[in-house]
Design a protein. Structure first.
Length: 363
């Protein structure tokens, strides 16, 4: 990566600074006895942080870093308890319990969160980015982040920020070098209508299946293929049952980190700042881990004997063209302001990159 890890984290956290420092209304039961939040407090608070993945993932690295910073810098006023491996329930269950103030904080796939924050479906625009820097640029776009933060607020969450684990790629027992090779492929997908529509447009046979059933389904041949970020393909050992890993990069694997709105607003100003700073600092550790392990994970797949296929630009352009109808579907589903902010940011980065490339060629 050309940027330092700290610079990447700063970029992704800067755009959310305004919303992270904001807070209004609401109070938790623990705050009711002492009244509204103020500038400082000697009270104690507990954050139950659900981690939906294993300890070997970037999610856990971020959570552990957040815990260390917040507990240290709150002088013991805030305790952070971590619950990895979906101990507190699946994505939908955890997101519901945060709305109900039963647990405090989580980072989950934005595709799962879109069931609660409908405007997040904009992140399901297929083949939107050519590289990870382009995606991170848009995820940190100030106008987009401000608008999406409001959408989270309306759903009862306080939005901390986005993270990514690079792109979702495809593993298969069939070599895939073009869109034609996807015809009739039985591929496991998430329960997401836009994901389904994308794969159908590519000629595949998408089959929604619970994540915890996927390894066995691949082993038994119930499905021929699946799609996930490389980190999960390795941590769940899906590559053991697949002959090929194809770098389709069809969607970014994005996560939204949210905290109970009532809990966040109940915090006194000094502790709220500690929580905000803790998330920003944790991003540094997160991206240091994720960026280093992306290449290591790809090497693990290659070393296992699973062949890695990098698609040509022509093949990717063809897939993007075939799935362009999904853009119209998503545009109808999300607010016009958010769709425009997101797609404008994508276009701005592309124009900037092309301008830089032309300048470099002329030099």
């Amino acid at each position: 990566m050309k940027r330092t890890h700290r610079a990447i984290a700063a970029l992704l956290s800067l755009a959310t600074a305004t919303s992270l420092l904001a807070g209004c209304g609401g109070s938790t039961s623990s705050q009711a006895a002492s009244g509204a939040s103020g500038t400082s407090s000697t009270g104690s608070y507990t954050i139950s942080l659900a981690v939906q993945a294993a300890e070997s993932t970037g999610q856990y690295v971020l959570a552990a870093s957040f815990k260390d910073y917040v507990e240290t810098n709150s002088d013991g006023q805030i305790t952070v308890n971590l619950y990895p491996n979906s101990q507190l329930g699946g994505d939908r269950e955890v997101l519901e319990t945060i709305q109900n103030d039963e647990i405090t904080m989580v980072g989950t796939s934005t595709s799962a969160q879109a069931n609660f924050v409908q405007d997040l479906f904009v992140l399901d625009l297929p083949f939107a980015f050519h590289d990870v820097d382009a995606m991170r640029y848009t995820l940190a776009d100030e106008n987009f982040v401000d608008l999406i933060s409001q959408a989270y607020d309306n759903a009862g969450y306080h939005f901390m920020g986005f993270t990514d684990t690079y792109f979702r790629v495809t593993t298969s027992n069939r070599a895939i070098n073009s869109a034609a090779d996807l015809k009739g492929l039985t591929i496991r997908t998430m329960e997401n209508k836009f994901h389904l529509a994308m794969w159908e447009a590519l000629g595949a046979n998408p089959t929604p299946l619970a994540f915890n059933e996927l390894y066995t389904a691949l082993q038994q041949g119930t499905v021929e293929a699946e799609e996930n970020p490389v980190e999960l393909i390795v941590s769940q050992k899906f590559y053991e049952q697949q002959d090929y890993m194809i770098l389709t990069n069809h969607l970014g694997h994005t996560m939204g980190w949210v905290i109970s709105q009532n809990f966040y607003n109940s915090l006194p100003d000094d502790l709220r700042s500690v929580v905000d700073e803790g998330y920003a600092e944790a991003l540094v550790d997160y991206y240091a881990y994720v960026d280093e392990n992306e290449e290591l994970n790809r090497q693990t797949v290659a070393d296992s004997g699973t062949e890695i296929i990098e698609l040509s630009s022509e093949a990717l352009d063809e897939m993007a063209s075939l799935t362009s109808g999904v853009y119209d579907m998503i545009e109808e589903e999300v607010s016009p302001e958010i769709y425009k902010a997101y797609t404008d940011s994508i276009a701005a980065y592309k124009a900037s990159s092309e301008s830089t490339s032309q300048a470099d060629s002329a030099a």
